[in-house]
Every structure is written in C-alpha cells, then in structure tokens.
Design a binder for this molecule. Structure first.
Ligand SMILES: [Ca+2]
Length: 173
C-alpha cells in the first residue's frame, strides 16, 4: 500500500502547485492592468571602464552619492554628433547612454537606441537614498524608470514605474 500513498501525496502536491500557480497568475494579471508595476525589478552592478570619447556628452552632474569623499559623474551621452558650429545634428534615432563614472568602474544605467524620442534624467535624494529617474517619451512608448542606489551591495535597483510600450501614439513630447 505504501507506494499508493506516495502516489496520492504526489498527486495532491501537484494539484496544490497548479492551484497556487493559478492564484499567482491571477495576481500578475491584476497588476498588469495597473499603470504602476513594481514586479519587474532588476539590479545594475558595476562594470569595467569604457571609452565614450566617440559619443557626445549632453549633460553631466557630479555628486558623491556613496560618501567616499570623491564625486561620481552622472553623464548622459548620445551617438548624435555636433556640427562644426557646435550644434547637435539629431537624427530620427540615436543611441543614448546614461553612465555613472566612479573611479575604476562604471554603472550603465541606460543604453538604448531611441527612435523619435528623448531621454531626461533627474537626480535626487528620496529619504536620503540616492535616486535617478529616467523619463523617456517617444512616438510609440512612454517609460519612467527609477534607479535606486543600494549602498549595501554598491549597485542600483531598477524600478520600472511606468512602462507603456504598446498602443501608444504620442501626440506631444
Ligand atoms: Ca563617491
């Protein structure tokens, strides 16, 4: 009889798993209907220094967010170049990179080809926690993403606050 009991326990476990999975799917579906979806969390760790000299530096902001006495540089680069008068020659699309330079390492917060759109970033402290928010309006999407510094792991936690990537027809950027 013992094998039969094992078999019944196995079947019951499977049924419970399927039931729980069903519950979790329901939750996911509910949350997908909301604008704010905090389920998609990623972590950005440091990577080796790269050469960005071929790119155009659009903005730079310095701040010592890890309190080690040296300011980090938060730089926004684009692949679009300047003409001889120093004016930007924007194409329909270009690469944007938001990079934090910290001594012998960098953090690549954002590295995307942006078609008909732009990138704005904001740097602030929220409850004394260093945070960067990137807002990217484009003709067919609209995203707002937080990059929150985690001093314990010296990395950035990604919170995709708004991610409208389908059915968007932007009227004004
Ligand atoms: Ca520092």
């Amino acid at each position: 009889m013992k094998p039969n009991i094992k078999y019944i326990v196995l079947i019951l476990s499977l049924m419970l798993s399927i039931f729980l999975a069903g519950c979790m799917n329901e939750n996911t579906e509910n949350e997908n209907n909301q604008i704010v979806d905090e389920n998609k969390k990623e972590v950005i760790s440091s990577s080796p220094v790269e050469d960005f000299s071929q790119l155009t530096l659009l903005e730079s902001f310095n701040y010592d967010y890890d309190l080690d006495g040296t300011e980090e540089a938060i730089n926004l680069y684009t692949s679009a170049q300047k003409n001889s008068d120093g004016e930007m020659m924007w194409d329909d699309g270009q690469i944007f990179k938001l990079i934090i330079h910290d001594d012998d390492k960098i953090f690549i917060l954002f590295d995307e080809y942006v078609q008909l759109g732009k990138i704005n970033y904001y740097v602030y402290l929220e409850n004394d926690i260093f945070t960067i928010t990137v807002i990217s309006p484009r003709t067919a999407s609209f995203t707002v993403t937080d990059y929150v510094f985690d001093k314990d792991t010296n990395s950035f936690l990604v919170n995709r606050l708004i991610e409208k990537i389908t059915d968007i027809n932007m009227l004004k950027i």
